[in-house]
Design a protein around this ligand. Structure first.
Ligand SMILES: [Zn+2]
Length: 340
């Protein structure tokens, strides 16, 4: 592991929680328990099969997509983090069952250094990886226009059965590591565009290094996904001091030059549309033997008190399986003794 992936206490449990969340989100979509499932803790798109990279240890997105592939012939992955979604692209670089589309900063040795428009996939996967390399300072208008054009064409051509959207918030203006100039409205507009396709949708977080803006962004996007407009004034809460001085939900963009000229953006767009034309219309796949579903706990979530916060991880710990032995009144050993 490199220095950007430090080992810390409870690292494994951390991985279990965020990766389990994305797998569970996929399972919910597969079983039609949800139309849209969100895991803001997930979206760690840089992790490779055998390598932790860029703060990412386990690639939950890959695990979630594999789960969706049990039910869907084609899954579309879209990534609006400022960094290239290299781990997800690499995992599915040789297959047409997953199309990956990543919008990111490229050039000037920006991490992770991959994601050129010429990287399009190989073998069966040729033309099923799309990269939209951008320069510093891209603004709402040019980003959302390009996003809409490319993603709409991809959905029309590829006809995915489900979509995974990585909403890294480091593409926002003023991010400590990022260099784009998107407002929260611009970022959320991409979520709105994807939601309109009305396909099973798995939404995750990702990067984001100006943390109060990350919280703002994902709050607004949760609202978008729930068709709920949130008031701009942040209500009083335990963390309100982080949102001073104006305590507002929306952020301003910054005064910086957009280095993406109209000519540059139009060239990139043409190259992407050109390679889309090369692919077969919605490839059909033979479904091979499908691995079984995960164990589904029989908790009726509607009966839980929504004001009592209990995360999935705690809930899982409370589920007692029949075949396991427990101490106390429900101790199976005890019952067996009595029966014997
Ligand atoms: Zn990032």
């Amino acid at each position: 592991m490199g220095e950007d992936c430090p080992v810390f206490e409870n690292l494994f449990e951390f991985c279990q929680i965020y990766a389990g969340g994305t797998i569970d989100a996929a399972r919910r979509l597969n079983n039609q328990i949800s139309d849209i499932a969100i895991n803001w803790a997930g979206g760690l798109h840089h992790a490779k099969k055998c390598e932790a990279s860029g703060f990412c240890y386990i690639n939950d997105l890959v695990l979630g997509i594999l789960e969706l592939l049990k039910y869907h012939a084609r899954v579309l992955y879209i990534d609006i983090d400022v960094h290239h979604g290299d781990g997800v692209e690499e995992a599915f670089y040789f297959t047409d069952r997953v199309m990956t589309v990543s919008f990111h900063k490229y050039g000037d040795m920006f991490f992770p250094g991959t994601g050129d428009v010429k990287e399009v996939g190989e073998k069966e996967g040729k033309y099923y990886a799309i990269n939209v390399p951008l320069k510093d300072g891209i603004d709402d208008a040019s980003f959302t226009r390009l996003f809409k054009t490319i993603v709409s064409k991809v959905v029309e051509t590829y006809q995915p059965g489900a979509i995974v959207l990585q909403c890294g918030a480091d593409s926002l203006a003023g991010d400590r590591l990022g260099c784009f100039n998107l407002s929260i409205d611009g970022h959320a507009q991409c979520v709105r565009i994807v939601k309109k396709f009305n396909l099973p949708l798995l939404v995750t977080g990702g990067g984001g290094y100006t943390k109060e803006n990350v919280a703002r962004c994902w709050a607004v996007e949760t609202g978008v996904l729930l068709d709920t407009e949130l008031p701009n004034e942040i209500p009083d809460n335990d963390y309100i001091k982080y949102f001073s001085p104006d305590f507002s939900l929306k952020i301003n963009t910054v005064n910086m030059e957009n280095l993406n000229s109209k000519t540059y953006l139009s060239t990139i767009k043409m190259q992407v549309l050109e390679s889309l034309r090369a692919i077969q219309h919605a490839p059909s796949v033979q479904m091979h033997e499908v691995p079984p579903d995960f164990y589904i706990p029989d908790i009726d979530e509607d009966e839980l008190n929504p004001d009592e916060r209990m995360d999935q991880h705690t809930q899982d710990k409370q589920i007692q399986r029949d075949e396991e032995y427990y101490d106390g009144d429900n101790d199976n050993d005890h019952e067996m003794e009595e029966a014997g």
